[in-house]
Design a protein. Structure first.
Length: 268
């Protein structure tokens, strides 16, 4: 492993990025390609992936593969390692970014949508790390970036499933960070607060009362995550305002925070 914590780019090595067609995933793919890493782009939207692969290859001269996959389906997800092997590629950087958020009262939720959220946010990172981490350990180099959220750091009423899933990702990431650090494999959890993407329109969240300094761009989130991974950091919270807020929040009991969080998250 290089001193930076990121494996040096090689002819057969790639960064596999899930949820790469938009938002933070797309920005992370661009950030890694700009640093010379080949990329394997994974998401459901084939046209967007193919266009991005062409763009990254043209701009940065790296190998860029588009691999359409519905990560909520175990069979589709299970074919990924074989598809990577068929292309003669080695996943030396893994970015688990794919996700979406449900919202509203849990007792009124669509149970299948809630389960899909668990499959994408929880099952997929576990499955992909299980598939690719053993080879990283064997090579003595590798890097895993799991995109969690500041939602992982407290329960969120009216987005209970999302905050719980991200809490799993954060805890899981911190544990395997400790396990793998002695094997030359870096593991970092990226925990952004509000990011300017289409996530909010898709999820239907309405973030009331969040001050402008707390918002960051997808590019800033991606750069912070990749830089943190390169330094071997365990957890990265981009943005000074959000880091200060999360640090202060640690000392406030959930019993006091929950009513305030409920007011912020409740639909009007």
């Amino acid at each position: 492993m290089s001193r930076s914590g990121l494996p040096a780019p090689g002819p057969s090595s790639v960064a596999l990025i899930t949820g790469a067609s938009a938002g933070i995933g797309r920005a992370i793919a661009s950030e890694l390609a700009s640093r010379g890493h080949g990329v394997a782009l994974v998401a459901r939207r084939k046209e967007e992936l193919t266009a991005l692969a062409d763009e990254l290859h043209s701009e940065h001269g790296v190998r860029a593969e588009a691999i359409p996959c519905d990560l909520a389906k175990a069979a589709s997800r299970g074919r990924l390692p074989g598809q990577i092997a068929e292309r003669g590629l080695d996943v030396e950087i893994l970015v688990n970014n794919a996700g979406f958020a449900t919202n509203g009262p849990f007792h009124e939720a669509d149970s299948e949508r809630e389960l899909q959220q668990v499959r994408v946010l929880v099952e997929t990172p576990v499955a992909l790390i299980s598939a690719f981490a053993p080879a990283m350990v064997q090579r003595g180099r590798g890097a895993i970036l799991n995109v969690a959220s500041t939602a992982a750091m407290q329960p969120l009423p009216y987005s209970a499933g999302y905050s719980a899933a991200k809490a799993y990702v954060l805890t899981f990431s911190e544990a395997i960070h400790q396990e793998l650090r002695g094997h030359g494999v870096a593991v970092t959890a990226l925990c952004p607060g509000p990011v300017q993407t289409d996530f909010w329109d898709i999820s239907g969240w309405q973030m009331r009362g969040v001050p402008r300094p707390a918002w960051i761009s997808a590019q800033d989130a991606a750069r912070a995550g990749v830089d943190g991974l390169a330094r071997g950091e365990r957890v990265v919270v981009p943005g000074l305002a959000m880091r200060m807020a999360m640090e202060a929040s640690r000392y406030i009991p959930h019993g006091l925070k929950l009513p305030a969080l409920e007011r912020v998250m409740r639909r009007r």
